[in-house]
Design a protein around this ligand. Structure first.
Ligand SMILES: [Zn+2]
Length: 168
């Protein structure tokens, strides 16, 4: 496998640095320190950090926070479901830790183009560590960015969660 930092473009590292800043904000708030940014056309369009303790809601992971910002914004702007799906299909997610199974399933259903994560999540990882639920997941950054499609993931979501593959 090709490896290490030569596979990481300067942009990738810059976006990951922004995700780390979000993780630091989470840590400052006594949350599990995970942060992310969502990028479209080379620009950060949303960011998120864990807020599970603050909200007393175990689903408020960094990825969900960022996704909800975009969904609210795009729905306010009157985008159709098709347009929202198209927007997500052009988005990249940079997250400090491999998305959990819940988030990986959501990212796949929404059609996020690619997920780039900083470290593997050996307990709950949904982008290869435990299950492969996202089609465009990278290996952890230290192993290089890899965009191999993981077709089995798409079918795993349907089988495990019984989730229809449509935009909510
Ligand atoms: Zn998660």
């Amino acid at each position: 496998m090709a490896s290490h930092e030569e596979d990481c473009s300067p942009n990738t590292l810059a976006f990951m640095e922004l995700a780390i800043q979000q993780a630091k904000l989470a840590m400052d708030s006594l949350e599990v320190p995970v942060g992310c940014v969502i990028v479209e056309d080379g620009k950060v369009i949303a960011s998120g950090r864990n807020r599970t303790t603050e909200t007393r809601n175990a689903t408020r992971h960094a990825e969900m926070e960022a996704i909800d910002i975009l969904l609210e914004h795009w729905q306010k702007n009157g985008l159709s479901k098709l347009e929202v799906a198209e927007k997500f299909s052009n988005c990249y997610l940079y997250v400090t830790c491999e998305p959990c199974i819940m988030c990986a399933a959501a990212l796949s259903i929404l059609g996020i183009k690619e997920v780039c994560y900083g470290c593997a999540n050996d307990k709950f990882g949904g982008c290869g560590s435990i299950l492969s639920l996202h089609l465009g997941s990278s290996e952890p950054l230290k192993s290089g960015v890899d965009t191999r499609a993981r077709m089995q993931g798409l079918f795993a979501i349907v089988a495990i969660l019984g989730v229809p593959l449509t935009i909510p």
